[in-house]
Design a protein around this ligand. Sequence first.
Ligand code: S3P
Length: 189
Amino acid sequence: MTATLLFMNTILPSVSDKSIVMIGLMGAGKSSIGRRLADALDLEFVDTDDEIVKAAGCSIADIFEIYGEQAFRDLEERVIERLIHEPRRVIATGGGAYMHPDTRERIDETTVTVWLRADLDILVERTGRRGGRPLLEQGDPREILKSLIDKRYPVYAGADIVIDTSPDGHDITVQQIVSALQEYIKAST
Ligand code: S3P
């Protein structure tokens, strides 16, 4: 058995039953990398934005437009509270979720957090590929992302694990997360 397989099949399940929560800004790759990470660790994957859409019965853009951002944040808080108490999974959160102090406290208490840090150019490029992000429609996306970096990165820095997203592709980033999880678990046992 390779070291990674041994870690995934034996060590990870026996020492940690915590979910792994992906945090980071829009465009950092939380969902696509989180999905691949879940596959690599043989865990289920869930995305909080998808769960919010299911609960509300309409898109995130519609929730913002019809009910306002606060209604979205309330739903987000409730959905995350439910997900972190369910059996262990990889959970991708929306970029604002970890900024809510109560939600952050509960996430920190019950899960292992992974911040996917990405620089401004990467975020601008990736968010430009897919719409449906109401916050970026309120002005110049680069300016908005820049101010979100200033505001949120100091808070995201409280994550258990910090990974710079690799420009060389998601598979490399997943490998880096698996190695960092190994280190994290070794250090906490
Ligand atoms: C938001 C990020 C979005 C979504 C909503 C608000 C934010 O999720 O939750 O549009 O406040 O950063 P992604 O980070 O998955 O794009």
